[in-house]
Ligand binder design. Structure first.
Ligand code: GLP
Length: 271
C-alpha cells in the first residue's frame, strides 16, 4: 500500500487493487473487534452499502468462517436507507446488509441498526432523533466505513449538506438517482428521498475509513482531497477529522495524482 501522505489534512493510501484494500480494512475491523472483546467491551461499527464495501464484507465473512472472528460484541449502525422502501425489497439497504453480511456472521439481532425506510413521513423525524440517541447510548461509533458518491456525498449527504447536519430525511441529488437507475430498473423507480446520518453524526466517529474504487470516482476523489472544504462536497469535511483515512485503488487515484504532479511542477518552476 503506497501512501500519498497527509496531503490536505487526510492520509490517502493507494492500494494495489480493491481486494488488497478490502483485506486491509477488514483486518483493521477485526483488530478493533478483538481488542474490544479482550476488554469485555463492545465494538461499534458504522457501515455503508453500495458496491464499494462488498469486498470488505466478503473478507469479514471469511474471517468469521475461517478464522473464528466473533461478532458477539459488535453493534452496528448503517449510514442510510432509501425512503420510501420496504425492508424486504431487493433494493433496500436492509436486504443488502442481510445478504452481504448479517446472515453470515453473528452480530446480535438487537444490536443491528439501520434507518427505516418504511415509516410514514410523520414518523420520520422522531425515528431520526431516536437513531442519534441509540448511537450515543452505544457509546458512539468506533469505526465508520464510507464510500463516496460521484457528487461527493458520504452516506446520502448530498451537495448542500451542512457540517452540523444530523440524521434526517433528505432529497436525493440527480447524480445519485441517475447512478442508482440501473439497479432499480429505471430512473423513475429510484426513490426521491432517503434517511441518512448527518455530516456531524459521521464526524463524531472515532475513526473513519473512506474507500473509493474505480475510474468513475477519480474526479470526486480529487475534489474531496484538494478541493475547497465545504458542503458542496460533503467528503471534504473529513479533512477536519483527526483519524480519517482514504483508501483508493489506482484508477480512482489518477486525477489526484495528476493534480499533485501539476502542483509539484509549478512549484519547481518557481524555485
Ligand atoms: C450510495 C450510498 C453511499 C455510497 C455511495 C457510493 O448511494 N448511499 O453510502 O457510498 O452511494 O456507491 P457505490 O459504492 O456503489 O459506488
Amino acid at each position: 500500500m503506497s501512501g500519498v501522505r497527509r496531503l490536505e489534512g487526510i492520509p490517502v493510501l493507494v492500494g494495489s487493487d480493491a481486494a488488497a484494500i478490502a483485506r486491509e480494512v477488514a483486518t483493521r475491523i477485526a483488530e478493533l473487534v478483538r481488542a474490544r472483546a479482550a476488554k469485555c467491551r463492545r465494538a461499534v461499527l458504522g457501515l455503508a452499502t453500495g458496491s464499494t464495501p462488498l469486498g470488505v464484507y466478503r473478507e469479514l465473512r471469511r474471517l468469521h468462517t475461517d478464522c473464528g472472528l466473533d461478532f458477539g460484541n459488535v453493534e452496528t449502525f448503517n449510514l442510510d436507507e432509501y425512503h420510501p422502501v420496504d425492508p424486504a425489497s431487493e433494493h433496500s439497504y436492509h436486504r443488502y446488509m442481510r445478504e452481504k453480511l448479517f446472515d453470515h456472521v453473528d452480530v446480535p439481532e438487537d444490536r443491528i441498526h439501520i434507518p427505516r425506510g418504511d415509516l410514514a413521513a410523520a414518523q420520520v423525524a422522531a425515528h431520526c432523533h431516536a437513531y442519534e440517541e441509540a448511537i450515543r447510548e452505544a457509546g458512539g461509533i468506533d469505526l465508520q466505513i464510507l464510500g463516496i458518491g460521484r457528487d461527493g456525498h458520504i452516506g446520502f449527504n448530498e451537495p448542500g449538506s451542512a457540517r452540523d447536519s444530523r440524521t434526517r430525511l433528505v432529497h436525493l441529488d440527480a447524480v445519485t438517482r441517475a447512478d442508482a437507475a440501473d439497479e432499480f430498473g429505471g430512473l423513475e423507480k429510484v426513490p426521491r428521498q432517503a434517511i441518512t446520518m448527518g455530516v456531524a453524526t459521521i464526524m463524531e466517529a472515532r475513526e473513519i475509513v473512506l474507500i473509493a474504487l474505480g475510474a468513475h470516482k477519480a474526479e470526486v476523489v480529487r475534489r474531496a482531497v484538494v478541493g475547497p472544504v465545504g458542503s458542496a462536497v460533503a467528503a471534504t469535511f473529513l479533512r477536519e477529522h483527526s483519524a480519517a483515512v482514504m483508501y483508493v485503488d489506482p484508477p480512482a487515484a489518477t486525477e489526484l495524482l495528476r493534480e499533485i504532479r501539476t502542483r509539484r511542477d509549478s512549484a519547481g518552476d518557481r524555485s
